[in-house]
Design a protein. Sequence first.
Length: 598
Amino acid sequence: MEEETLLIGLGSILVLGITARWLAWRLHLPSILLLLLVGFLAGPVTGFLHPDELLGELLFPVVSLAVAVILFEGGMSLKIKSLREDGFTIARLVTIGALITWGLGTLAARYLLNFEWGMATLLGAILIVTGPTVVIPLLLYIRPVGRIGSIAKWEGIVNDPIGAIIAVLVYEALIIGAEKASAWFVVLGLTKAFLFGGLLGAAGAVLIVILMKRHWLPDLLQEPVVLMTAIGVFIGANVVQAESGLLAVTVMGIVLANQSQVSVKHIIEFKERLRVLLISGLFVLLAARLQFAHMKLLGWGSVAFLVFLVLINRPAMVFLSTIGSRLNWREKIFLSWMAPRGIVAAAVASLFALELADRGYARADELMAQVFFVIVATVILYGVTAAPLARRLRLAQAMPQGVLFVSAHDWVREIAKAIRNENIQVVLVDTNQSNVLAAMREGLDAYHENIVSLQAIDNVPLHGVGRLFALTRNDEANALAALRFTELFGRSEVYQITPHTDFDGSPTTDSPKHLRGRLLFHRAATYENIGRRFAHGARVKTIQLTEDFDYQAFLNTYGEHAMPLAIITMDRKLLPFTAVTPPTPQPGQKVLALIDPV
């Protein structure tokens, strides 16, 4: 291939992938749908991209390394503390549940798709995975209440390496031949994968901790060395047992994220951005490999197979593997409706289809077509219906009233406590550890996080939270936080206190107005002004309005000594006061206000 053609092809993968992600964000659609559509248009529809010609024998090594980095980053988002309460349930989902999914999927592939037993067993193993690249964004959108979100995230991430390992072992057995393979072959392979993968992953994490704790790594090289180590662990584990590298990097990520010897937040943020880039390119690349001939292999049997996976396989797996757990029936139903497939299923299916086709398996291409059909269909189905179902099951709110406070200093805590006293969820995030500890001592949910990092959304529980109050001293940080959460909460529900430049005209911020949140409370409600009033004895009070003491009477009583902050309606809705469009309080409602001492 000519150098110019190669350069255009490689560059186009990234350009198309990131463009598709941006369009998905603008159109409020699952990004995987746009990525697959763009890849399909660039590949079989227009013939612009030819991944096999572009990368040749490097195609699947590149895909494997990218998937390894994605799973490493996924492992770094898992918190061991969530296993204290739900470890039993998660363990059964990824062991007993995986076996149930595999067994039922194999039977469905055999009798609904008419695959011979070897291919059916392989397809059942591939579809064990539940796609964290799809599950995690979906959970962020739904924001389910309680433990169920953590359980679904753990299952999605841990299932990926387990499903991939089982699929590889089935593939190897298929190549060896049924007469030579045995159950002992699979058991031995799984044992080697978990043993060597787990040990190498843990060793990689320990090595990084030692290097960073003893300051043997300069700041500039910390992220590259961690990435190098993860790739080395992946390759080393694969040498011992095929595909155990995926488990190894997942374990390495989990251990590294849950140790307390060194801070790895900067590494997590680096991996998050790398993950976005890799996922965008991978989906476009793999979708471009599809051909119209593959799509023609699908029929009514494929639809029946999909229906079986969604309505029988997944619910049976959840209900059977969670017998004896603390999950209630609503949580089990929600978990039964949370099994979209993602990038690992696509990558593994593409790899096996190519190798099986080279070995003369007639239906190898159909295997890949079926997997991509399941990916697209489950992403659409669960992406559209999971949120309404969660609300119907009372596991999520259609209009959550809770507030995420960016800052936890003294007067912010007073506002948060006043809102919490009205039975409205409040969560505080601050980069100052002493502020966080003070908030926790006062009974508030507070977290030591940088709110503009991608990882913060994973680490901070947002169930019942539907709006953002950015109340830090730094105007740029407030604007960035508002911009960061616009996609999650909507532009109308992200707020920040008045920037200094809007109040006194001083050039302290150059953030464009369209990139800011709505201005909270009052035009004069800057950080310094509110802090000054608190320093002089002002306090947050809740005033009940009645027919005899309406809002006008409130203003007549307190006048300039009061700064209204929010309204609590009779149906427990929170309506913040803003500088531009303040609400109109009515009798029966409550006014939260900052009241100066008289």
